[in-house]
Design a protein around this ligand. Structure first.
Ligand code: ADP
Ligand code: MG
Length: 665
């Protein structure tokens, strides 16, 4: 057995660094949190090469005294924790005293800092944790830390890094979360010299949301404000009609800290029960404030998981606050929105009159809550601020709901209707179906809008509904007939044996598409969009799509990074509607973030599933009889049984079963 020895400190630091510094995003997180803990009102982050060549964070916080500069980089050196008791009520974001030591161990660092009110500042450099001399220097109040060449001395770690764009997106997500949890601080992010994010730091959560998550999302929101027991909930949730394809737009914060929590997601989603379309998820930015000693933030090294002492109380507080917001939301169709691009306010202007009628977000302290909520107060005393708090658009004019559903991003107009795949003839122009039993129901005005009437005479045969897809002309006299379609979803057919078939047209078409695409080794045809489509996603979603650009390309999406968590699509698969691009990308990203990222085969399956679904005729859509005939034929031949998700495509009713239902047998 070799001799037992204590590890040299630089080696111990490098090992410890592995736990704190996983990728550039973790460095950004630690440094931003230090700046926030230092009381900064403005923080800027600069990234180069996805953060691998440079991460520079500057703040105007309290600064570090020259004599303390070397101490700040020692392991377990912190100014935020003194005694064991302090551990049970942590009020700062950092407290372990590990971050600076860990980052320094795996990079080259330059730090300059000047304490507030001090005449001069000081600077110091470190390489692989070894500190140089502290030198006096002139610099603004606050601290700037530049981290160069991350992992330069740990090549093994370097290998795990993804493409620059993916690392930068992950780091951008961190800045986004900090900006959303600190509306009073102005955040700026630049990436390779280009500004990516800027929040005004005006204390309004909505301004931060608008700047960090985009106009479209900001316009889809309703304000939430409520408290139950000692838990206060404040923020915004999406209207029920504006659900998202994934949970990626659910942003929860507990006492100012971004957290991922199945409990909070469940409470949120429960409030939307029966109000949101199946398969859609609400988005939110919700801040929970609760006494520090009722929440444990120490359960996870990355500190995004929390444990609540009273889970029921937390669940109820979120559930009731959101439910009330949705109920109130029905009464006012005006979406709140901040000014177009908020400009930073002067640092402090005590003479400025407070703005009226604007929802002002402010985190309450635990003490304020304790004072408000009597101990053991039952949750039935749940309170919600009434619609006096209903926001009024700061744009002066009313923002109508229709504004909020237009895909206007970065001033790029919505894609032209020319890219739509299956134009549905208007009822008066519809060609008479060959089989008089199948009559498309009259489309609602909304549908007519969504699928404009083709201008040429409607009986021209060029509008083949399955154009570009596998054609299969059923035999001239098939041993079955279509008796009709009900609920614009289920085909009713009867075969020569007197058996009745109910067929889910969407599920059946999805299966047909899936099988065809799976068989087909060739790349899927892309259609050039006249105007590229910009799709804004959450930073995580964006990052995962950027990692899979090649795969997207194989499926007909020619896409590129457009900054600001936005993907710019220049082509889309020929088989999907332009309107389906955003939902498809959202869904693909969501699935890739789940199981699909594991290996290339499952990533491909994710694409196949989504594409098969998006290219399929939808339930509720008016279908051409020829489409339905192809599907019935496939079912009759036994070629399709289940949709790619495993749901049955058809239900069979024998004459005997029908007769039994009617008490004839
Ligand atoms: P922790 O944040 O857990 O205390 P760190 O290693 O991140 O540990 O930082 C060590 C100490 O350095 C902090 O406790 C704080 O006193 C000081 N410090 C770090 N960053 C800053 C900053 N941007 N401004 C002022 N002080 C800072
Ligand atoms: Mg820290």
């Amino acid at each position: 057995m070799p001799l037992i020895q204590q590890l040299p400190s630089h080696l111990a630091d490098m090992i410890a660094a592995g736990e704190v510094v996983e990728r550039p995003a973790s460095v950004v997180k630690e440094l931003l949190e230090n700046a926030i803990d230092a009381g900064a009102s403005a923080v800027s982050a600069e990234l180069r090469g996805g953060g691998m060549s440079l991460i520079r964070i500057s703040d105007n916080g309290c600064g570090i005294a020259p004599a303390e500069l070397p101490t700040a980089f020692l392991r377990h050196a912190t100014s935020k924790l003194r005694t064991e008791e302090d551990l049970s009520c942590i009020g700062t974001l950092g407290f372990r005293g590990e971050a600076l030591a860990a980052i320094a161990a795996v990079s080259r660092i330059e730090i300059t800092s000047r304490r507030r009110g001090a005449a001069r500042g000081a600077c110091m450099t470190l390489e692989g944790g070894a500190a140089g001399a502290v030198e006096e220097c002139g610099c603004p109040e606050g601290t700037t830390i530049s981290v160069h060449n991350l992992f330069f001395n740990t090549p093994a770690r370097m290998k795990f890094m993804k493409k620059d764009s993916a690392e930068a997106s992950a780091a951008a997500a961190v800045v986004q979360h900090e900006a959303l949890s600190h509306a009073r601080i102005s955040f700026k992010l630049t990436r390779d010299g280009a500004e990516q994010l800027y929040t005004p730091g005006d204390g309004k959560l909505l301004s931060a949301i608008y700047s960090a998550l985009g106009r479209e999302f900001a316009l889809s929101l309703l304000p939430v404000e409520g408290s139950g027991g000692s838990v206060a909930v404040e923020g915004f949730v999406t209207r029920s009609l504006q659900g998202r394809g994934t949970r990626a737009m659910q942003h929860f914060f507990v006492n100012g800290r971004y957290v991922k929590s199945p409990l909070l997601s469940a409470a949120l989603e429960e409030a939307y029960r029966n109000q949101i379309m199946k398969g859609k998820f609400p988005g939110c930015v919700l801040h929970l404030s609760l006494p520090l000693d009722t929440v444990d933030v120490n359960v996870h090294p990355a500190k995004t998981v929390v444990k609540f002492l009273n889970e029921r109380a937390v669940f109820d507080a979120v559930y009731y606050a959101v439910k009330s917001a949705l109920e109130q939301g029905r009464e006012y169709p005006v979406a709140p929105a901040p000014s177009v691009r908020p400009t930073p306010p002067p640092p402090t202007d005590p003479t400025a009159p407070p703005k009226q009628n604007t929802p002002c977000y402010q985190t309450m302290t635990a003490q304020e809550f304790r004072a408000q909520a009597a101990p053991g107060k039952p949750l039935t005393s749940f309170s919600v601020r009434q619609s006096a708090a209903a926001p009024v658009s700061e744009w002066g004019g009313a923002v109508t709901v229709s504004d909020s559903i237009q895909p206007v991003l970065k001033n790029i107009p919505p894609p032209p209707a020319a890219t739509e795949r299956m134009p549905v003839p208007a009822p008066q122009e519809a060609p008479a179906p060959e089989n008089a039993a199948v009559r498309p129901l009259v489309p609602t005005p909304r549908e007519t809008l969504a699928h404009p009437t083709p201008s040429p005479a409607a009986d021209t045969p060029q509008t083949d509904p399955l154009a570009g897809q596998e054609r299969l002309e059923p035999a001239a006299e098939p041993p079955w007939r279509i008796a009709g379609e009900v609920l614009r979803t289920y085909i009713i057919a009867e075969d020569s044996q007197g058996t009745v078939w109910l067929i889910d047209k969407h599920a059946a078409h999805e299966r047909v598409n899936f099988d065809r695409m799976k068989r087909n080794a060739e790349p899927i045809m892309g259609q050039q969009l006249l105007t590229p489509e910009a799709v804004t996603l959450s930073a995580d979603e964006c990052a995962v799509l950027l990692e899979h650009l090649d795969l997207l390309n194989q499926f007909g999406f020619e896409a590129e990074d457009f900054g600001d968590s936005t993907i710019l699509c220049r082509t889309c698969p020929a088989e999907i509607d332009a309107g389906d691009i955003a939902p498809a990308l959202e869904e693909i990203a969501g699935q890739l973030l789940g199981a699909g990222r594991a290996d290339p085969a499952s990533a491909r399956d994710v694409m196949l599933h989504t594409m098969a679904c998006k290219a399929a005729i939808k339930a509720g859509m008016v279908s051409d009889e020829r489409e339905l005939r192809v599907l019935v034929d496939k079912v009759q031949k036994g070629e399709i049984q289940f949709c790619p998700h495993g749901r049955p495509v058809k239900v069979k009713l024998s004459r005997y079963e029908l007769e039994k239902m009617f008490k004839r047998a």
